[in-house]
Ligand binder design. Sequence first.
Ligand code: GLA
Length: 866
Amino acid sequence: MTKSITNPFFTSLLLLLFLSLIRVAAQEPVKVFILAGQSNMQGHGEMEKGEKGNLNWVVANDKNGEFQHLKRKDGKWSERDDVFIYTWDKFDSIKTGKLSTGYGAFKHTIGPELEFGNVMGDHFSNKVLLIKTAWGGKSLAVDFRPPSAAGEQGYNRVPSQPKDTGYYYVQMMSTVYKVLRNLDQYVPGYKGEGHEISGFGWHQGWNDRANKKANAAYESNLQHLIKDVRNDLGSPELPFVIATTGMKGWEDKNPLGLSLMNAQLAMADYPEFKENVAVVETRDFWRDIEDSPSKQTYHWCRNAESYLLVGKSMAHAMLDLLDSNKKFKPEVKHVATYNSDYLTPTPPMGWNSWNAFEKDIDEKKIMNMADIMVSSGMRDAGYEYLVIDDAWMAAERNEAGQLVADPVKFPGGMKAIGDYIHSKGLKYGIYECRGDLTCQNLPGSFEHEQTDMDSFASWGVDYIKLDACFAIKNGRLSSEDLDVYHQAIVNTGRPMVLSISDFGSGAWAWGGKNYGQLWRTSGDIYPTIRSVYNCANTSGGDGSIHPAFQGLWQFAGPDSWNDPDMLQVGNLKTTLEDKAHFSLWSILAAPIMAGNDLSQMTEETKEILLASEVIAINQDARAHQGYKVFDKDSVEIYNKPLSDGTTAVLMLNKGSEKTDITVQFNTIGLQGKQKVRDVWLKKDLGEFDTSFTANGLGKHEHVLLKIGSKGATPVKGPDPIPEEAYTVTQAGITYLSDIYYMLKKGNAPVMDANFHGKPIKIKGRKYKKGLGAKSKSSAMYRLNGKAERFKAIVSLDKSSPKDATGQFKVMVEERFGGRVLFDSKKIKRGDKIEIDIDVKGLDFILLEFTGKKVFGNWGDAHVTAP
Ligand code: GLA
């Protein structure tokens, strides 16, 4: 016996078993319960005050031993290691920590949370988090009025002031999401196990008694509250426990009081609430005034026992519901917490106002979009950010130099609309521009960087789209400019995603990832399939980089996303085009920012935006951007290796001829027989040997497939282009035509030939090395601080029109800095200029050639390095 236990084999087996048990325990999601209401949910049960009925007294006179667990042996109040609480109310404001006494309205009081939490903690092996939001003196008729009870279209303006209808509903829901996004802060030891919203408890009503109209509407308002909370949380069967407002016990004969309690009791009888709403009758918990610390009847005479019993019975009613309601399957959700390693571990998803509405936005529209993001299922499919684009701001800053909302479009201000967005479980995005004006000539952030980032942080912004109109006047390179914003954001202490919107000025090359999480690769997208293809080609093809790179995939990854601009899905001519667009963005791991008017969305558009397997390819944890493996005669094939051992393949026919497209498995990292699944059809197509053919694909038709087997060794991606192929690394001469440019705009330069592929000739002399250009053209080369001088001989090619003029410029890094190292000014055919300039210490130079349909040659273009 003894021997077998010490046997190393068994010991390690036991150890393994033990470790796996810990793992299981550690992986349990956090059970989250929301407790909400007014002052009696805040809790006024005295701990010490008064002679009788305070918590001390209750524990001391506890004949049945019901409440002994509240005190430790040493007489101190117990504290739980497995139940945590976050409370927000107007007295002590935010209180958080391990569940114990003192989480009532004051530090010397308790509320229903105490026994509710104790019951839950004893029942579940998971960690439990209570989120308690409660404010005294608030009614369901006004303060908590749920959106659907406010009128068919919800609130007609954003609830921005505490007195506004619905203000506390919005605060309650936005608090829930705020806490969920910071679980690691509120649940000690939280390691991303996820959470389950398990139930909602409501204890409120006093202020709806007095007012006759409010009293009459209470039943309907409460019904709406239950529906709206469930809808907003995306949990239609969420268990709901209502504790009646039972103060004064069975003696209460006030007809308004009775009708309010009857309205609460009635909830349990609604057929749709039968299995999932419980009402706790609390009148038995009333204790006489003489046996209580206070005469305040509307606060249960501040009797601690009453509050303990309310909480305990709510918890038991909740457990009964969780037991009996078979339809409730709490989903384990994983919200990326602010403190996680990455703000955008996978490409950000959301909706942005620009493509749908341009300048024509206002708070009503935005609220409506937020509502639809929830009701359409978009939020739960991953569309997380709601980004308000240009033209939200007033034409003038305030006296303190701060940005203010356009008073007509957003009368409630930008904090209130943010609260509303948060209350829907969405994140809040906003637009600004690093020029002195935005692209719509409104105040930009130049020279107000910190002020504006501070404003955004104070409004609860989670995502900043930072545009670049007029930034050319700033005199700062993009990298310098963005460093200012990055620092300003860090200074706010609030993590905010920075989306670099610069028309594709090479952020992948000059280090955009040091400042932001995503960057544009293209000019603006328009609602035509041509524009969609062009934008896609800047990220997935040679639209913005040398073709050898096979697109920008090697610069993508967590917090580094290539952004070919926002979606036009729903705005294109046909469903076929919309689908091709969505598949391209999916395979390119592009940020998915829907840009259609959600209120006009057709079923087809919705199906595309919600296509779960297509989204899953985009959001794959391996974070590998797809790359082109075939591009010929309008047929393209892309490959995106996934985390599950399979690989995603897009085969697209951009041409007008019907065609068959075949993918050879050995071109996508696989060999032999492979399984193939069509992700749009959600259908396995079978096993195929060495290749797969999609037959008869018409114009814009495509298939998006997953090929291979789950659990197989991950498919190897392509090898990245090594640095020495696009960087000056050697001493002596490096011809620019011997390294790959990292950014090109307009016509790509031709290497060692004029634009037509013929030898470069300048004034009769042939140049073996050099670059041939056609206007307009610019190309960025990486010198890496290694080079000393740049030299070239420039002139117009003789194929240029006779009277043509052209201009050659060499700039530092990219165009936003406006730092010109050399400018030929306009030259004519026959002119020849020798360039020999200092480029010491520069990381990048940009060669630009402009003019009207003219050809130019950079003869002998090279740098020298020591
Ligand atoms: C630029 C951006 C667009 C949009 C508009 C707003 O053009 O690229 O995405 O934000 O500005 O003015």
